[in-house]
Design a protein. Structure first.
Length: 498
């Protein structure tokens, strides 16, 4: 940088001046502070202490105000998850109570706790047979409890609900074998039903009938992550010869090792539930008939593995199960909260949009064009932030609305065009009055602002003004197009001469 001589002299003089002023101020401040201090020392003690206390309070207040102004506060709902592994009954109860007070439907979460209480009261151990469709879960249960009326079918998806079968091992423990729908079928909801039941059980018997698929491996991993004691059961071993079976078991052991040996190697067994097979039987007179036969079962190692896992986990089994159910209840609560937020945000956005439309319809003079910085925009932003657990400073809200307002200018022509077109689509509206088009256009902008804010808040969990307003700008045309019918209907409802 080249400065001419005169400028340099001026700058030098300025620097000198600043230093002289700073030194002077410093001297002055020190002198007055020492003066005051001397006088305080001579005065009564109470005055001294009182003076110091007031000074300290003033400094603390100043720091607090600066903190509030500069540091962004946020309550991140997602942060709760980090402590989830230590989730206790009291925690989940408190969360449910809070959510209920906020208007969330807590029925599903509460039902989980009730189901847990009744299982605790019965004292039975729940073993859940879990796995992809047609791996032979029902057949395994039938092999363990031959008298039970278990549905087995060649066609996958034969089990569509949850069934419990009473079984006593040699020790006489009260055990319930749970049959659940197979996963990876057509109906995603069945996967959900099965997974939830697995989470409610004490032990999961994960049934496969060959090498683990990627999805199966993921399912095993997530059950182990939830702290579920697990036995990996390779069923239909009769379909493989000794060499094939050995190779397969080796592959499965490698999978267990890949998972960091969280499942011990003796938790893997190969069995044959038997299942049923249709054979053609020829009678003496030569007539042929198809008869259903039971293949012989070979499940001795499974019974041993079950007894071992029950022995190993014995003491901590209930505690682990309870914790898994608390997590399940917490997940259900989180789902209900998310649903509540969607519904409530819709109401908030609708109400703000309606006010914008009404305001615009009622405006007598053109030029009341301050769109979103006013009361309606502020209230909508505050309410949406609160709903998503973000607690922005007032300044952030103001900054966000300012930035968004400046971006609206470019979107207004589009909004007007879309509004005009949208209104024409309504039968009987005929020639559309300018005021109505304006009202719809303004409503559309509020609608877009609200929807974009919801996306931003659910993505980031907080309101960062520049990010939020940028995301608003990026999505505005899409939101305007998507909202036109809704907002036009609203405006036609509100139109005074309607
Ligand atoms: N070869 C052979 N077939 C078996 C064995 N166990 C079961 N099967 C057959 O596998 C098919 C599926 O058996 P199911 O017991 O219905 O399987 P599932 O896992 O309960 O099936 P879904 O309830 O549909 O998920 C049936 O045709 C059984 O006969 C076995 O050990 N060996
Ligand atoms: Mg079944």
């Amino acid at each position: 940088m080249k400065l001419d001589r005169l400028t340099r002299i001026v700058v030098a003089l300025l620097i000198l001046l600043v230093f002289i002023v700073a030194i002077g101020a410093m001297l002055f401040l020190t002198e007055s502070a020492l003066n005051v201090w001397d006088r305080l020392l001579q005065g009564p003690r109470a005055l001294r202490y009182g003076y110091v206390a007031i000074m300290a309070a003033l400094v603390a207040t100043a720091i607090w105000l600066i903190w509030r102004l500069v540091v962004r506060r946020k309550i991140r709902p997602a942060q709760r998850k980090t402590t989830a592994s230590k989730l206790t009954k009291a925690d989940i109860r408190q969360r449910i109570a809070e959510a209920e007070a906020a208007g969330v439907d807590v029925g599903a979460a509460q039902a989980e706790l009730q189901e847990l209480a009744s299982r605790q009261a019965s004292g039975a151990v729940h073993l859940c047979f879990f796995g992809e469709i047609s791996t032979g879960k029902s057949s395994l249960i039938k092999a363990l409890v031959p008298d039970a009326n278990v549905t087995v079918d060649v066609v996958g998806g034969s089990t569509a609900d949850i069934r419990h079968y009473r079984w006593r091992n040699d020790k006489g423990d009260e055990i319930l074998l749970t049959d659940v729908p197979g996963t990876a079928g057509h109906d995603q909801r069945l996967d959900e039903i099965a997974t939830q039941e697995a989470r409610r059980s004490h032990v999961v018997l994960f049934v496969c009938d060959g090498d683990l698929t990627r999805a199966e491996k993921q399912a095993v991993e997530s059950l182990v992550e939830l702290g579920k004691p697990l036995v990996l059961v390779m069923n239909k071993a009769d379909r493989f010869d000794a060499d094939e079976q050995a190779a397969l078991m080796q592959r499965l052991l490698e999978h267990l090792d890949d998972m960091g040996s969280v499942i011990e190697r003796d938790r893997l067994v190969a069995v044959s539930a038997g299942g049923e097979v249709d054979v053609v039987a020829r009678s003496a007179d030569g007539a042929e008939e198809i008869v259903r036969r039971q293949r012989p079962a070979d499940i001795g190692v499974l019974v041993v593995a079950i007894n071992r896992v029950l022995d190993d986990t014995g003491g901590s089994m209930d505690q682990k199960r309870d914790r898994a159910v608390f997590h399940l209840a917490a997940d259900k609560l989180a789902g209900a909260e998310a649903q509540y937020r969607v519904q409530r945000s819709e109401q908030i956005i609708r109400s703000a949009t309606r006010k914008a439309v009404l305001g615009s319809l009622a405006a007598v003079s053109p030029g009341t064009d301050v769109l979103i910085q006013g009361y309606v925009g502020t209230t909508m932003t505050q309410e949406l932030c609160k709903l998503y657990g973000a607690a922005p400073r007032d300044l952030d809200i103001e900054e966000f609305l300012n930035l968004s307002q400046s971006r609206v200018g470019r979107a207004l022509p589009l909004s007007l065009a879309v509004a005009g077109n949208g209104l024409k689509a309504f039968p009987g509206v005929g020639t559309v009055a300018g005021g109505l088009v304006h009202a719809v256009a303004y409503g559309l902008i509020f609608d877009a602002l609200g929807r974009s804010l919801v996306l931003t808040l659910s993505r980031h969990g907080e309101l960062v003004p520049d990010i939020a307003s940028r995301e608003f700008e990026e999505g505005i045309s899409e939101h305007i197009e998507a909202g036109v019918r809704r907002v036009a209907e609203m405006a036609l409802d509100e139109k005074p001469d309607n």
